[in-house]
Design a protein around this ligand. Structure first.
Ligand SMILES: [Zn+2]
Ligand SMILES: [Zn+2]
Length: 287
């Protein structure tokens, strides 16, 4: 049996390992295929695809776009995206700019509270990838203002805390359109983070499907068996593709490893074949 993982991060976003190293670990974990799905960037894809060719792992170019959704977190994964032409990259640059503007705003708020941390130190901690709140949290921890990363979020960085600055997000329809423009397959990631009960969730998915959604992340490292069953049922009722992955982040979420999540045995290569068949039908001139 060939196993897959369609939700993986590298240090091109908030994972701890370089794209090539992540692919090496996928190989070591016995995976035949993996999708690199970094947050709001395609920067790691070329390196990952090249490593995949070298190591004999099929690397599916992907992305994970955060969309606007009050009351919960909506992430939309795009699988099999076209990234060479720079189109998607240009669209995502808006988010990169927003994120770059946001970090200094957070630091300024913290400085105003008398907390002496600097953007320069936060950038050093990030080690060259996307800079975000986890790195600011580590700077707070390092400087002794908090005793854990969790405390940094609870006390300063979380929603409605004194160091919080709201984020720019694309509306869901726009995130879906961007993925389709890149000839990708839009998949709703970890549906439970929307914080919706079964009926409202189904209604939302019907709405998203009308806007271009093609699949659901049924298998996920944090899904309960009940959630998994519900999402699988929804894919059948609503004629959606089945996807799944670990959401591996390397050392930044050490409890998740590649190739060994609880539902790994259900993440088999035939899901990739179904995704490819859908893509072949959806886009006449595939790359
Ligand atoms: Zn996510
Ligand atoms: Zn993710």
């Amino acid at each position: 049996m060939k196993y897959i993982d369609l939700h993986v991060h590298s240090n091109a976003s908030d994972g701890s390992y370089a794209p090539a190293e992540v692919v090496r670990q996928a190989k070591e974990g016995g995976l035949a295929a993996m999708a690199l799905t970094d947050h709001d960037t395609v920067d790691g894809l070329a390196e990952a695809v090249a490593a995949g060719q070298r190591l004999g792992v099929e690397v599916i170019p992907g992305v994970e776009i955060s969309a606007r959704f009050p009351g919960g977190t909506m992430h939309i994964v795009g699988l099999f995206i076209e990234y060479h032409d720079g189109l998607l990259d240009a669209r995502l640059a808006v988010l990169k700019q927003a994120r770059n503007d946001r970090n200094p705003q957070i630091i300024k708020k913290l400085n105003d509270l008398g907390i002496a941390i600097t953007m320069a130190r936060v950038e050093e901690i990030s080690g060259g990838g996307q800079v975000g709140r986890p790195h600011i949290a580590r700077a707070l921890l390092e400087a002794g203002y908090v005793s854990s990363i969790q405390e940094a979020f609870d006390k300063y960085l979380g929603f409605q805390r004194p160091g919080y600055v709201s984020k720019f997000r694309f509306p869901p329809a726009e995130a879906l359109a961007m993925i389709k423009e890149a000839k990708g397959i839009p998949v709703l990631a970890h549906p439970f983070t929307l914080n919706l009960a079964a009926i409202p969730l189904k209604n939302l998915i019907i709405e998203l499907k009308a806007q271009g959604l093609a699949g659901l992340e049924v298998f996920y490292s944090e899904h309960t068996p009940e959630q998994e069953a519900l999402y699988l049922k929804l894919t059948r009722e609503l004629d959606l593709l089945v996807s799944g992955g670990s959401d591996y982040h390397g050392q930044n979420k050490p409890e998740i490893t590649l190739g060994s999540m609880a539902s790994q045995k259900k993440l088999t290569y035939d899901l990739v074949e179904a995704l490819k068949a859908w893509r072949g039908r959806a886009y006449s001139a595939t790359s």
